[in-house]
Structure formats: C-alpha cells, structure tokens
Design a protein around this ligand. Sequence first.
Ligand code: PLP
Length: 384
Amino acid sequence: MPGIYLDHSATTPVREEVFAAMEPYLRTHFGNPGSIHRFGRETRRTVDDAREQVAALIHADPREIVFTSGGTEADNLALRGTVAACKTKRRKVIVSSVEHHAVLQPAEYLSKTDGIEVRVLGVDAEGLVDVDELASLIDEETALVSVMHANNETGAIQPIEPIASLCAQHGVHFHTDAVQSAGKILLDVRATPVSLLALSGHKLYAPKGVGACYVRKGVDIVAQMLGGFQERERRAGTENVAGIVGFGKACELARREWQPMAARTSRLRDALQAGILERIPDTYVNGPSVKRLPNLLNVGISGVEGESVVLGLDVEKIAVSSGAACTSGSLEPSHVLLAMGQSHARAQSAMRFSLGIGTTEAEIDCVLEVLPPLVERLRAGART
Ligand code: PLP
C-alpha cells in the first residue's frame, strides 16, 4: 500500500525474512505438534526452535516461554494466572495508572469477581512511576505488581530494575508488559528479576495473533485457557505453528539488529521532533525527553484535535495515530495523558508518530512539509 506509515506502535508489517520462514508451515509442513508421527514431530521441533529464539531475545530459558495469541492474552495470563495460583493470604494487586487496557481490565475483573484489592500507582508529568511511592504501597498482602516496561502512547520507559528488586525483596511477583519495548531496547531477565513479562509478535515484524508470556522458573500460574496439555499445561490449544515460527524469526532478527535500529530510528525521530517544535508554534512533547523509546514521538498541538490531524494526514497518505490504536475512534481522551495530569483538551490534542525499520529521511521531510500547513488550516477552521 503506498504511503508513509508512522504507526509502528499500533502494528508493524511482517518482514520478508519472517514471511519466508513461515511459509512452509502454511503449506507443506502442516503437522500438529501434538501428533507423535513424523509430521507432528517436525512441527514440534520447529516450535521448540522458535521458543529458543524468543527466549534468547530476553535472555530467558526456553522453558520459561509460554506461547499465547498475543500481548493481551499474555497480560491476562500473567495477572489472572498468578493471582489464581496464589495460595497465601495475599489479596492485593498494584498496577500503574498508565498500563495498557490488557492489564487494567484483568485487574478490574479480579477486583470485581474475586474481591482482589487493586491499588493504582500514579505517574509524574512525564508519565514515569515513582519507586518510592510503590514502596509505600507494597505490603505483605500484595500478590502482584504490574508496571509496563515502555508505554505505548508516550514511549516512557519505566524504572523496572528497581521495581523488580523491590518486589523481590517483598516476595511479590512483578509483571512487566514489554510489548512495546521488546526489540527496541535492552531486555534481560537475568539482570532484572521480573517474574512475568508479556510479548507480542505484531509489534516486532511478526504476524498478528501470536505472542508470549515469560514465566520465571518457580513462579506458579494457573492456565486461563483450558482444554489441552500444550505449553506444559499453562496454555491449552493447538499451537499457531506458522505464527510461532514467524515470531521466533522476528525475535532472532530483533536480537541481532535492535541496537543499530534504535540508533537509526532515534536519529530520525529526533529530526521529526525538532522540525515539528520549530515549525509549528504551541507544540510540546508528551513523555520523557530521555527515558523514552527510540522510535516514538507523542506531541501535543494546541488548539487542534489529534484525531483531526490524523484524518488530515491520512488524506495525504500519511498514517499516524492520535493515541493507542485500540482507543482511537472513541472520543475519550487518553487515560495515559490524563494520568500525567493533562487537561482533557490538552490530552485530546495529542498525536503519536511511531517510526519503524523502513522509515526514511525523505518520509520525515515529507511529514515536516505537510504537517505545518495542515495544522494552520485546522487552527483557522477552529477559530471561525
Ligand atoms: N500491551 C501493550 C503495551 C500494547 O501496546 C498492546 C497493543 O497495542 C498490547 C498489550 C496488546 O497486544 P496484542 O495486540 O498482541 O494483543
């Protein structure tokens, strides 16, 4: 599809190498990994190879990887699965206010159906949590803390190392949603003692509908999907073999390439940011200036609705987002920006540019040509 795609936080295209790795498993290599004959044994081996590739990206043991249908299911499994397995009196869960709904809604569900106490950890104006505030909330009744690694709207990178250590000191499970950070910044579960971690294939150039939950050895979870013995009884259902193969390949590529890719996208992102701030008056960056994903820029443009800018750019064949993809279309301002203390009007003026592997300098130049006159037109229209 022709056009400029700057919405890689919503989803990414499947890389050629990934597609090529998957293709045989959609055609000739169709065995069920649960079958004991040669067709089954072949795909079982392939799934296990992919498990190693996914594990290697985060420096985990392959046995700690549970394949899921994506990030949402991984987050659900992490929250609901660990709380269900908790045999002690621990009945409290702490989540940050800027989590994706894939974490917030399971937490709400646990509160409504199981009477779990859910405490919400606030963020500062840059969208970062305060570890001291978390320390004041954790107690001997806490079962789980869930703080995402990087935010999908602002790119804010949370201090997961001290959070993981704090949780470990209190014997509390720590889950981090690494859907947006995997393949973009360093992720090492040997250095950071997280208990659980969510990954999603389609954010790192694999197809949609596949992901994984990392479950540290020794952490008990109760399967949330029942009906089979797959994934060592942690997730029932015949494996999405082709998706898993693609996910494995994408993780292998990301492990090799994330550093040069981060350097490249951050250079282009910084040029885009500087150009917007310079050429369009009354614009500001939402999110931290330093502790931010290399490929993401969220800007507020005073006096216009982010949604109108997205539609205006779409006419010019430029794809961006006015917030998280799953909430766009709704008129509710982003819960992330509200949690950062922004007014409704300010939150609604936000838009997100997320760069990817194929983004070029020429594309950034084109956005910088098209955006200022568009904003001027929208501002003039809003005044009349
Ligand atoms: N968590 C975060 C931070 C996300 O950005 C997303 C998707 O946008 C998800 C979870 C859900 O992942 P999936 O689309 O694979 O279900």
